[in-house]
Design a binder for this molecule. Structure first.
Ligand code: ADP
Ligand code: XUL
Length: 483
C-alpha cells in the first residue's frame, strides 16, 4: 500500500512540491509555481522586488503564502490523494527573515477554511517585505558584530561562518537599529523555512538547527542560540526567535485549515522546514563524508557532509548543521558559469568548440595558469576583479580555455580541503554538468569519480526523505538509497 509524503521547496524564484510514495520510492507528482510568472501582482522579477536602495533585496512574504495556496489547490483539483498524505515537510531559501506582529499567533489558530491564507494573514506583518539572501546592505552591522565579539575568526568558530551581510543576524540588527518602532511591534522573527512550517502546523514555530546555522546567531557546537550575540542584535531577540528546533522532530498535526480546504487527513504530521542547501545534501544522497556535491550553475557551489567540526574553520566556508545532525560545509564561488562563458565568448566559441580546445591541451596546460576573477570573488575574497594570467598568452585560445577550467577546479579542491571536505566521489549538478569534457577535468583534478545528476528537485526530495526517516524511524542510508 502506498505511503505518501509531501516535500516542498520555497526557493528564490519558485515554489515546488513533490508527492513521494515511500512504498515504491517513486515521485508520484511534481508541481512548480514561478512567482514572477504566476503571481505578477506582487511585482517581483526573479523572485524579489525592484531594488530601490543599493544592496537591499527584498521579497513580499505574502507571495510565498499565496503560492502555497495555489499549489495545494492545483493538487486537489488534479485529484491527488491528499487524504493519504502521512507527513508534510519542506525547505526554503536560507537567511531571509520574516517579521510578524502580535496578530499572527491568533490568526494562525483561527484560520477560516473558506478564505484564502494570504487574505487572512495580510495584517500580521510588522515589516511588509523580507530581506532575502541576496541582500548585501548590512555591512555596518557586520562590522559592529565583529568588533563586539572578538573578530571574524571568533564568530566563525562559534557560529560556523564569518559575519556576512546576507545572514539573518546582521539583517535583524539592521532592522532593530533603523526601525526601532516596527522592531518593537514584532512578536515573532522567523526565517522563510520556519514561517512556512508555522502555516502548516497553525502556530509559530522556531527555526530549525540547519537554518539557524545560517544566521551568525547560533552556536553550532551546542545547537542553541548564542545568547550574547542575540542580545547584541536586538532587544528580546531570544523571545522573538523562540528556541531552535531539531529538524528530525515532529511539530504536530496539520492545521484544520488544510484539512477543511484541501482534504488533508487530520492525522497528517508536520515537520520543521530546513534550509535549502542542507535539504539538498540529503536529496543528493550525500550522507557519508567524502561524497561531495559540486553545482556548476551561475555561481559554482561545493558542499558535503562533515562528521565532526574541522579543527580550524576556513574563513571562506559556511558550516551548517545537516538534517542528519552531522555538519556540512558549503562554499560558494561567484565566478562560475559566467567566467566560463566569458572565455568562451572572448574566442567566439560554442560549447562544442570550447570542448574541442580543451581536447587539444594536456592536463596541467604546460604550466599556463589563470586566476579567472571576472567579478569580485567570494572564495577567496577578491575585491578587485580582473583576470590574471601566468605563463599564459592571451592569444593562445586552447590554453586559455583549459586554464579557466583548471583554475576553477583547483580552487574548488583546495578550498574544499581547507573546509574539511575530502571528496572521494562527486555528484555534479547545474547547467554546466552536462558538459562531460569539463567533468573529466574535474575528475582529473579531484582524482576521484564524478557522476552527473539530473536534479531539479533535490531540495524538495531531501525534505520528503527527512519526513520518511523521522516518521518511519528508518535509517538514513536505507531511505536515501531507495531513491
Ligand atoms: P542557475 O544557477 O541559474 O540555476 P544553471 O544551473 O541553470 O544556473 O546553469 C546555467 C549555466 O549553465 C549557464 O550560465 C551556462 O553557462 C551553463 N551551461 C549550459 N550548458 C553548458 C555546456 N554545455 N557547457 C558548459 N556550460 C553550460
Ligand atoms: C546559501 C545561500 C543561497 C540560498 C538560496 O548560503 O545564500 O544558496 O540558500 O538558495
Amino acid at each position: 500500500m502506498s505511503r505518501y509524503y509531501l516535500g516542498l521547496d520555497s526557493s528564490t524564484q519558485s515554489l515546488t512540491v513533490l508527492l513521494i510514495d515511500a512504498e515504491s520510492s517513486h515521485i508520484q507528482a511534481e508541481y512548480s509555481l514561478n512567482y514572477a510568472q504566476e503571481l505578477p501582482h506582487y511585482g517581483v522579477s526573479d523572485g524579489f522586488l525592484p531594488v530601490e536602495i543599493a544592496g537591499e533585496v527584498h521579497a513580499p512574504p505574502l507571495m510565498w503564502v499565496e503560492a502555497l495556496d495555489r499549489l495545494l489547490l492545483k493538487m486537489q483539483y488534479d485529484g491527488l490523494p491528499m487524504q493519504a498524505i502521512i507527513a508534510v515537510s519542506g525547505a526554503a531559501q536560507q537567511h531571509g527573515t520574516v517579521y510578524l506582529n502580535s496578530k499572527f499567533e491568533k490568526t494562525l489558530k483561527t484560520l477560516h477554511s473558506k478564505t484564502a491564507l494570504q487574505k487572512q494573514l495580510q495584517d500580521c506583518f510588522s515589516r511588509q517585505s523580507s530581506p532575502i539572501w541576496m541582500d548585501s546592505s548590512s555591512s555596518k552591522q557586520c562590522a559592529e558584530i565583529n568588533q563586539a565579539f572578538g573578530g571574524a575568526d571568533e564568530v566563525n568558530r562559534t557560529t560556523g561562518s564569518v559575519v556576512i551581510e546576507r545572514f539573518s543576524g546582521p539583517q535583524i540588527k539592521k532592522f532593530a537599529d533603523s526601525q526601532p518602532q516596527a522592531y518593537k511591534q514584532t512578536s515573532h522573527i522567523m526565517l522563510v523555512s520556519s514561517f512556512m512550517a508555522s502555516l502548516f502546523v497553525g502556530r509559530p514555530v522556531g527555526v530549525d538547527y540547519t537554518d539557524a546555522s545560517g544566521t551568525n546567531l547560533f552556536d553550532i557546537a551546542k545547537k542553541q542560540w548564542q545568547p550574547e550575540i542575540l542580545h547584541f542584535c536586538g532587544e528580546q531577540l531570544a523571545e522573538k526567535l523562540s528556541a531552535a528546533v531539531n529538524p528530525q522532530s515532529l511539530l504536530g498535526r496539520i492545521a484544520p485549515y488544510f484539512v477543511q480546504r484541501y482534504g488533508f487527513n487530520p492525522d497528517c504530521l508536520v515537520l520543521p522546514w530546513c534550509g535549502d542547501n542542507p535539504s539538498s545534501l540529503i536529496g543528493l544522497g550525500l550522507i557519508d563524508p567524502g561524497m561531495t556535491a559540486i553545482s556548476l550553475g551561475t555561481s559554482d557551489t561545493v558542499f558535503g557532509l562533515l562528521k565532526v567540526l574541522p579543527k580550524s574553520m576556513s574563513p571562506w566556508a559556511h558550516t551548517f548543521i545537516a538534517p542528519t545532525l552531522d555538519y556540512m560545509s558549503l562554499l560558494c564561488f561567484k565566478n562560475g558559469s559566467l567566467a566560463r562563458e566569458a572565455i568562451r565568448n572572448r574566442y567566439q566559441l560554442s560549447w562544442e568548440g570550447f570542448n574541442q580546445q580543451l581536447a587539444v591541451t594536456p592536463p596541467g596546460n604546460h604550466g599556463a595558469m589563470m586566476l579567472p576573477w571576472f567579478e569580485n570573488e567570494i572564495v577567496p575574497k577578491v575585491d578587485q576583479a580582473g583576470v590574471r594570467r601566468f605563463n599564459l598568452d592571451e592569444n593562445d585560445i586552447a590554453a586559455n580555455c583549459r586554464a579557466v577550467i583548471e583554475a576553477q577546479m583547483m580552487a574548488m579542491r583546495h578550498h574544499a580541503e581547507l573546509a574539511g571536505l575530502s571528496p572521494t566521489s562527486i555528484r555534479a549538478t547545474g547547467g554546466a554538468s552536462q558538459n562531460l569534457t569539463i567533468l573529466q577535468i574535474m575528475a582529473d583534478i579531484f582524482n576521484c569519480p564524478v557522476e552527473a545528476l539530473e536534479t531539479t528537485n533535490g531540495t524538495a526530495l531531501g525534505s520528503a526523505i527527512r519526513a520518511i526517516v523521522t516518521v518511519e524511524k528508518r535509517p538514513w542510508q536505507d531511505v536515501v538509497n531507495s531513491f
